[in-house]
Ligand binder design. Sequence first.
Ligand SMILES: C[S@@+](CC[C@H](N)C(=O)[O-])C[C@H]1O[C@@H](n2cnc3c(N)ncnc32)[C@H](O)[C@@H]1O
Length: 295
Amino acid sequence: MKEDKASSTAYTVVQGILHTKNNPQLSHLIEEETINSYTKILSSTFEGLKRLEELHSPIKNKKLPFLEWLLMPGITLNYVLRKKFIEENVLNAIKNDTTQIINIGAGFDTLAWRLSLQFPSLNFIEIDHPATNQEKTKAINKTSTISSNLYFIPADLSKISLEKALKGCQGFQKKQKTLYICEGVLMYLDEIHVIGLFDSLRNLTGKDSLFIFSCIEPKESDKNNIRTLLYTYLKFKNERYLWYIRDTQIASFIKKNNYTLIDMADSESYRKNYLPSTYNGTLHKGEYVVVAKVD
Ligand SMILES: C[S@@+](CC[C@H](N)C(=O)[O-])C[C@H]1O[C@@H](n2cnc3c(N)ncnc32)[C@H](O)[C@@H]1O
């Protein structure tokens, strides 16, 4: 991460979602309310406006599909599908008495913002690198007031533990049934910080806490359709991947860290559950979203 600059990939995720909304075969996957919340965020920052302009320009809007084809085929649709899977699991957890949702490395995701308005009695916390956090809170403050059940914590998780970051937040309630989300983030942390995060969640809110996270196959895996050029691109952006895990190793990895695997989603399950049978576009391969529970 560049210390003083909001995450470029966090912007790319939002831009990809807005781009997908323009595809008539896929637009039903994204609610209008979600689009409005993302548009509000992008409209409020300099980089966001640039990204919106790219989407609306007949020439510049070719850049995103070109970069996608060049670096990570199918990735923009993957952002939409993984968020759909995560949102379904969060709503399901809320139905089953989860009262606190904590999004780690939230980027410009709007789930906590939207749900904090829909569920005023629940607690929502977002943690992100200070540069991204600052840009996001500025953007939300410009468009609406932040409700009193939504908290933002600036923290660089490669420098400070999650435990320390959360214990300093007045909104954090140790005794509440908690679900943590860590989407598109663990691959940017060293394994030691990934394991530290698993430990922190367990220590913070204990047994039955839920953890939804995404992870990726190693570079050399044949289950992954990432192009080699992406790794050079990320190096240039200073957002290198540091942690990988094979899908076959996830269950044992989380068991070793005292969690139980509840569910796992990948491009094939997304295809089955969310896409029309006629859809024949490329799907991103090599990223999994895992739902796990603290033992
Ligand atoms: C690819 S973006 C994903 C954003 C969001 N979770 C999503 O999926 O829409 C990666 C996020 O991880 C955050 N991140 C990366 N390294 C971090 C660190 N060391 N500490 C805190 N956040 C970090 C970035 O600021 C960014 O928001």
